[in-house]
Design a protein around this ligand. Structure first.
Ligand SMILES: [Zn+2]
Length: 257
């Protein structure tokens, strides 16, 4: 886990060496903080808990952006804050729990499984806490009930597994309308006014211009792949991880079928 870095006043981001995964901390009053997607390895979470303690912070509330194994983690060292996710995400965490724990065991073993994926459903316009306003933008597309968080006070958009500089759009191809869902998600995020920084779940923090660049890349990718046309995406190269190239190939096959 990279050390927590302040990307905007009161917004700290740590980046794991595993899949360039980000964990975000939003500082609230009285030493409480909002913790979004703490990840990934057991060592990462231990380092995060230590660092928070060193800063005099403790999670007051937590949010999981979506029901994939690397976004629903927790450790005893992080305390007992209420942990929330969107209702559709919580529903999937229940039905897909066994498969999710299997993936977790293969990729980041050793977690206390009793703490994995234990979110309460939250159907609200914002995360309930006494810190900076944290608006929720919930949509499907990458996963059911994907919930980005926008902090209007600092202009930071915590985008979950959308708006990445290193990942192509990864669609939920078992959904009824994967393309429509993903496009809706892209446009929901594109319509958020006042974004100054975007923090993707995997990748690097970008400014407003960089967010627009990523959204344009996403639209171009979706247009080309869904139409069966040639594509070129700077995020998909010979050096991309094998799993992402495989996801891309399966998305190409999905739209051909
Ligand atoms: Zn994901």
């Amino acid at each position: 886990m990279g050390r927590l870095t302040e990307v905007a006043p009161g917004v700290l981001v740590a980046t794991s060496t595993y899949a360039v995964t980000t964990s975000t901390v939003v500082v609230g009053p009285g030493g409480g903080c909002l913790l979004v997607d703490p990840a990934v390895t057991v060592a990462d979470l231990a380092a995060l808990a230590d660092e928070l303690a060193g800063l005099g912070l403790r999670p007051a509330v937590a949010w999981s952006t979506h029901p994939h194994w690397d976004h629903v983690l927790w450790s005893a060292g992080l305390g007992e804050a209420p942990r929330y996710a969107a209702p559709a995400a919580v529903a999937l965490l229940q039905t897909e729990r066994d498969g999710m724990l299997e993936q977790l065991g293969q990729s980041a073993p050793g977690h206390d499984l009793s703490l994995v994926g234990r979110m309460q459903p939250l159907d609200a316009p914002a995360i309930p806490w006494d810190g900076p306003e944290a608006r929720l933008i919930v949509h499907d597309g990458h996963a059911p009930g994907h919930g980005a968080v926008f902090l209007p006070g600092s202009g930071v958009l915590l985008a979950g597994d959308m708006c990445s500089d290193i990942e192509i759009p990864l669609l939920d191809t078992v959904a009824t309308d994967p393309l429509g869902d993903y496009r809706t998600g892209v446009e929901r995020l594109a319509s958020v006014a006042g974004v100054r920084l975007v923090v993707p779940g995997h990748g690097h923090v970008g400014d407003a211009a960089e967010l627009r660049r990523r959204l344009d890349l996403d639209r171009a990718y979706l247009d080309a792949v869904s139409a069966g046309q040639p594509y070129s995406d700077p995020r998909l190269t010979e050096d991309s991880p094998g799993w992402m190239r495989q996801m891309h190939e399966s998305q190409v096959r999905y739209f051909k079928a």
